[in-house]
Design a protein around this ligand. Structure first.
Ligand code: C2E
Ligand code: MG
Ligand code: MG
Length: 258
């Protein structure tokens, strides 16, 4: 299962009881980070990033609770809450006249494996808010592998067949990307922020990034650069053929109202 930092449970990570009460007390909130399109110069999408508000009103980030949620199965109600809020918020923004093509939602491999009714839940939420599958993009991280032909792959392929977009998150640092690219109808790859943060200074990272962008073009994949923190990185990525960018230089993740 790999020794990735995200895979380890932190000393101060949530207990099952804390997760339960956060969900029961409605203290799960989505923040959203804009994705800018280089060609049109506008925000085309936002990514939903889940937070827990603790009992003192303080905001807690996913590194405190996602691994625990996955290991306990609480990722099912947590993940569904994220989807429900994302649909509600997108519909709300559109009623206010905002033109957003879609909202991106992170799905973990565990969630895909254990939530066998995920597709019908999503369908119901879309129905409630008058949205369509094409309004959603699902980001799959490489953190845990999905079995070939397993239920997770089936779920993702069903979502894609219904019109949702699939994105491969944290692209460029893992090892199983090629497997996903052939097993799934991936439209977008998200260049990992650990690479992007080393641009444009680090020559090796520059070279690897250019090659990844060339490969993406060859495979007809859109590239979203994430973790763009400087104008230098932004310019370089635009020039090298990345279609979209996301990062603190453009905007931090913000509450739905912002
Ligand atoms: P991710 O999907 O790769 O999301 C990008 C992370 O990078 C977010 O951290 C975001 O706040 C951060 N980020 C964005 N721009 C910059 C930047 O310019 N510089 C730096 N240093 N960081 C930046 P966050 O919100 O803490 O989320 C961490 C991870 O937790 C996410 O990585 C994703 O894998 C997971 N996650 C978040 N929300 C959900 C969810 O609803 N479901 C699941 N299963 N996982 C989620
Ligand atoms: Mg993501
Ligand atoms: Mg990422």
């Amino acid at each position: 299962q790999g020794g990735n930092a995200l895979q380890r449970v932190r000393d101060d990570s949530f207990t099952l009881g804390q997760l339960w009460s956060a969900i029961a007390d409605d203290r799960i909130v989505n923040h959203y980070q804009p994705q800018y399109d280089f060609t049109t110069g506008r925000t085309v999408a936002v990514e939903a990033l889940v937070r827990v508000v603790d009992e003192d009103g303080q905001l807690l980030f996913p590194d405190r609770f996602i691994v625990e949620a996955e290991q306990s199965g609480m990722i099912v109600p947590l993940g569904r809450t994220v989807i429900r809020q994302a649909c509600r918020d997108l519909a709300g923004w559109r009623r206010q006249g905002l033109t957003l093509d879609r909202v991106a939602i992170n799905l973990s491999a565990h969630q895909l494996k254990v939530d066998s009714l995920l597709v019908s839940y999503i369908e119901k939420m879309l129905d409630v808010h008058g949205l369509d599958f094409s309004d959603l993009e699902f980001e799959l991280t490489e953190r845990q592998a999905l079995d070939h032909d397993g239920p997770g792959i089936d779920t993702l392929n069903t979502l894609a067949a219904q019109g949702a977009r699939l994105a491969l998150d944290d692209f460029g640092i893992g090892y199983s990307s090629v497997h996903y690219l052939s097993a799934l109808d991936i439209r977008t790859v998200k260049l990992d922020r650990s690479m992007v943060s080393r641009l444009p200074e680090d020559r090796t990272t520059m070279g690897v990034t250019r090659q990844l962008l060339a490969m993406a073009e060859e495979l007809d994949l859109e590239v979203v650069a994430e973790g763009v923190e400087s104008e230098g990185a932004l310019r370089l990525l635009a020039g090298a053929g990345s279609e979209e960018a996301q990062g603190y230089f453009l905007s931090k993740p913000v509450p739905p109202k912002e």
